[in-house]
Design a protein around this ligand. Structure first.
Ligand code: PLP
Length: 405
């Protein structure tokens, strides 16, 4: 196209550098290859396969029928903030309502927290392999993200805490930890949390704890017991932010509801950020959230037990396949296992979809240390899991005679 005289040629109409540099989701890349194919058994996304329980759906319907269609306070309706505060107090000790902000999803809770804390050029540390969103969100805000890798061995996924502490230099602004972890299921113990908290207190480093899977923890004394949390240890003034979501605990992924627990001093600023992001979570969704949080323990017990059984079932079956190295995940809803001979997990997962009709997420989607692994969301029935394992076994057996991917 010829430019008109006197008009300066503009650069291409594209996004700013930090956004251009974001990784596109490799889970999506595999899913896009198989979407719409009825014959594909998909375990690639992290989503429970059960619909939100009727009594929670009914609370949303009732709220809509009662005309709950207006804006609310930025930080959420008081009933929900109070219900979340009471719920967390039950799990972790005293948490006041004035430290709770209701958000439009766990994802939004993480974005808001990052907007509140992270400036361009800030150093952020993340424990990986990790759900890619948690590494990319700080980058949107211009942060430099350093990863400290978990290691995989006979004891499953473990963290070298001293290595993490060495990475948490005084110049570090925040550390992002997701425990129980997506994709590995790795769960940080209380002693390690204590050491990390003491170190971060010393250097003024923020801890951003993504507690999305805290109720999907299988090593507690009772079914549905919460995983160890920084909220068990931190005081109200500590630089600790816990983000959470209704998605997994109460089977509410599509509702988009979550929350933040933060020091009270952060709340007015979080309120401003919510105003400029979403203004508030939908009120009828918040009303359903009140019912979930106050009456939903039975849902949690059911889900945690069902997932524990699914985890054990899948693990036992995977163990029988030659070339697969898997560990039992203490929490979350994924098996993250190594497949012998797989050097390119993205190519492997694409072939798995195309040739076996099996949809798994490539380990590389969760960071370079995930290469050679695949993630399988086990929130599914035993029949589906068994069918999937059969397809994997056959594919690997066929692959024995074909060139490695
Ligand atoms: C580790 C982790 N954190 C947070 C979320 C956010 O959940 P949502 O945005 O559905 O509330 C997810 C969802 O997959 C997750 O895996």
């Amino acid at each position: 196209m010829q430019s008109e005289p006197g008009i300066v040629t503009q650069p291409s109409p594209i996004a700013r550098q930090d956004v251009l540099g974001l990784r596109a989701s490799k889970i999506r890349e595999v899913a896009n290859a198989g979407m719409g194919r009825e014959d594909v058994l998909a375990f690639w996304f992290g989503e429970p396969d059960e619909v939100t329980p009727a009594f929670i759906r009914q609370a949303g319907i009732d709220a809509l029928n009662a005309g709950a269609t207006f804006y609310t306070h930025n930080l959420g309706i008081p009933e929900l903030r109070q219900a979340i505060a009471a719920y967390l107090t039950r799990l972790h000790g005293p948490v006041d309502l004035d430290r709770i902000a209701v958000t439009s999803s766990g994802m939004s809770a993480l974005m808001l927290t990052t907007q509140a804390l992270i400036a361009p050029g800030d150093r952020v540390v993340a424990v990986t392999p990790l759900w890619p969103n948690l590494v990319e969100i700080p980058k949107i805000l211009g942060a430099q993200v350093t990863c400290v890798e978990l290691t995989f061995g006979p004891a499953g996924w473990t963290l070298d805490v001293d290595r993490l502490l060495r990475a948490l230099t005084p110049a570090t602004r925040a550390v992002y930890i997701n425990s129980p972890n997506n994709p590995t299921g790795w769960t940080l113990g209380a002693a390690d949390q204590r050491a990390i908290l003491a170190h971060c207190r010393r250097h003024g480093i923020w801890i951003v704890a993504d507690d999305a899977y805290e109720r999907l923890y299988f090593e507690g004394a009772g079914v549905g017991d919460a995983a160890p949390s920084f909220l068990d240890l931190a005081g109200p003034e500590d630089r600790v932010v816990s983000t959470n979501t209704f998605s997994k605990t109460w089977l509410m992924t599509g509702w988009r509801l979550g929350w933040i627990v933060a020091p009270q001093a952060l709340m007015p600023d979080l309120g401003k950020l919510i105003e400029y992001n979403t203004s508030c979570a939908p009120v009828f969704v918040q009303r359903a959230g009140v019912v979930a949080v106050t009456e939903g323990d039975v849902v949690i017990a059911h889900t945690a037990e069902r997932l524990r059984l699914a985890r054990d079932f899948l693990h036992a079956r995977l163990q029988q396949i030659p070339g697969i190295e898997a560990a039992v995940a203490p929490g979350a809803m994924y098996a993250f296992f190594r497949v012998a001979g797989v050097a390119d997990s993205l190519a492997f997962c694409k072939r798995l979809v195309a040739e076996a009709g099996l949809g798994l997420a490539p380990g590389i989607a969760f960071g370079p240390e995930g290469e050679g692994f695949v993630r399988w969301c086990f929130a599914a029935s035993e029949a589906r899991l068994a069918d999937g394992v059969g397809r994997l076994r056959q594919h690997l057996a066929r692959r024995e005679t074909a060139p490695a991917t």
